[in-house]
Design a protein around this ligand. Structure first.
Ligand code: ATP
Ligand code: SF4
Ligand code: MG
Length: 425
């Protein structure tokens, strides 16, 4: 332990008010298949989930979000292995369980919901069958017909729980929209009534309207079932809207942790601040969209100090001298009675600079000429489309894909084209 750690005590996570369900402590995972020996991927991750609590894990692609939760579920990909730490579910150590014991744990205690429902759903089985397969034994007695009827009724109840009608039970996954498929996948994942649901980017493949509907659904299910929910997302704002607490992961380490509200209103790590700035809210306007320069260092290429140092505008020599640790933060930006932690060695000193007004240069939204009804088209527009119609003819009849669509894209401007899946973009 470094002197800083000794002074600050252990990096505390907020004790779950309703009892601890998942406790990950110093989890280390390495790539084991390479010729040069094991390469560390996860370098000592600690996090907690309470019963009835929703936590978010955010970070860029390659930061280790999925691998951490796959280790929890006993589903690490081949070529990787746990090299240290502990994972306790309901107080029971699960690292080192046999594949058979892990299998028994999955579905009943912990279950995974993946980004692409097709990886969870069998294309040749009806949705009802896939939900029924995960159900615990129902009281149908020895009477086969009664057992079958009880199963069907339960499947329909589970479909209703995720907002789908009973007819979906007899349909195949490819006959449903992306949002409906993710609802069926959720019903199948929850069929064994797990205590902990891990949802790995469950809405990334969906359009904006389906995204928020599926997120609302997951959060509603988590509350009504008093389940623990881990939401993995690369989108900090999604995590803020859905989760009680958020862990910010980077290069296999947790760099910041705190309540959603605290992180959103004042990040205590330059990486979190960078993520926030690169996902401006709809109320913010920037002259240029901010981005964090560079990319996440690959496993095996990380230096001895802060893994974010090569991309950090606040990096100083002290940042590169020894490994960083997630330590509790008190004072500026932390509310009394809450627990926040940051792995930035320059906190709290640079805290004020993270969200300084100069870092969030506001520009007025560019006026888009020609968008008002009846406005003259812009003379030097890069693109002008006026009253475009498009109809597709088939044996099933005519399908109008576009009807009277007009738009103008002036030179040197960015124009957004937004709409649900299938709207004609
Ligand atoms: N089977 C494997 N063998 C070796 N390295 C792996 C394996 N699977 C993942 N990794 C490495 O582990 C690191 C973390 O991967 P992980 O999939 O957990 O990232 P992630 O944060 O979930 O990213 P994304 O947002 O893209 O899903 C990456 O550098 C990845 O290349
Ligand atoms: S420790 Fe240094 S390099 Fe790392 S985030 Fe903090 S200021 Fe930046
Ligand atoms: Mg992932």
């Amino acid at each position: 332990m470094t002197a800083r750690a000794a002074m600050a005590g252990h990096a505390a996570t907020a004790p779950a008010a309703t009892g601890q369900l998942l406790a990950v402590d110093g989890l280390r995972v390495s790539a084991t298949a390479g010729p040069g020996g094991p390469v560390p991927i996860l370098e000592g991750i600690s996090l907690e989930v309470g019963r009835g609590e929703c936590i978010g894990i955010v970070g860029e692609s390659g930061s280790g979000k999925s691998l951490a939760m796959r280790a929890v579920a006993g589903l690490l990909p081949s070529g990787t292995g746990v090299t240290g730490g502990s994972v306790r579910i309901d107080g029971r150590e699960v690292l080192g369980l046999s594949p058979r014991e892990h299998h028994a744990l999955r579905g009943r205690r912990v279950t995974l919901l993946m980004q692409d429902p097709f990886t969870m759903l069998h294309p040749q089985l009806t949705c009802g069958r896939q939900i029924a397969d995960g159900l615990r034994d129902l009281d149908g007695g020895r009477n086969l017909r009664r057992a079958k009827a009880a199963r069907r009724a339960e499947v329909e109840r589970r479909l209703a729980e995720v907002g789908l009608g009973p007819d979906v039970a007899d349909r195949y996954p490819h006959e449903l929209s992306g949002g409906m498929r993710q609802r069926v996948a959720a019903a199948a994942a929850l069929a064994g009534d797990p205590e902990l649901l891990i949802a790995d980017e469950p809405t990334t493949a969906l359009d904006a309207a389906s995204q928020s509907a599926v997120l609302d659904l997951l959060r509603g299910l988590q509350r009504s079932r008093h389940m623990g929910l881990v939401l993995i997302t690369h989108d900090l704002r999604v995590a803020f809207s859905a989760c009680d607490r958020v862990y910010v992961l980077y290069a296999g380490q947790v760099l910041e942790h705190g309540s959603s509200h605290e992180l959103e209103s004042g990040p205590l790590h330059p990486y979190t601040a960078g993520l926030l700035a690169s996902e401006p809210s709809v109320h913010e306007r920037f002259a240029e969209l901010p981005a964090i320069p560079g990319s996440v260092p690959a496993p095996g290429s990380r230096g001895p100090g802060c893994p974010f140092a090569d991309r950090c505008a606040h990096a100083a020599p002290v940042c590169r001298s020894e490994p960083v640790e997630l330590l509790p933060q008190v004072g500026a930006g932390t509310a009394e009675g809450t627990s926040r932690s940051s792995a930035c060695v320059r906190m709290p000193g640079i805290g004020g600079a993270l969200l300084a007004p100069s870092a969030r240069t506001v520009a007025e939204p560019a006026a888009v000429p020609g968008r008002e009804p009846g406005a003259e088209p812009v003379p030097d527009a890069a693109l002008v489309a006026v009253s475009v119609d498009r109809t597709f003819r088939s044996s099933a009849g005519d399908h109008t894909a576009l009807l009277d669509v007009s738009l103008t894209v002036p030179r040197n401007t960015v124009v957004a084209l937004v709409g649900e899946s299938g709207s004609g973009k």
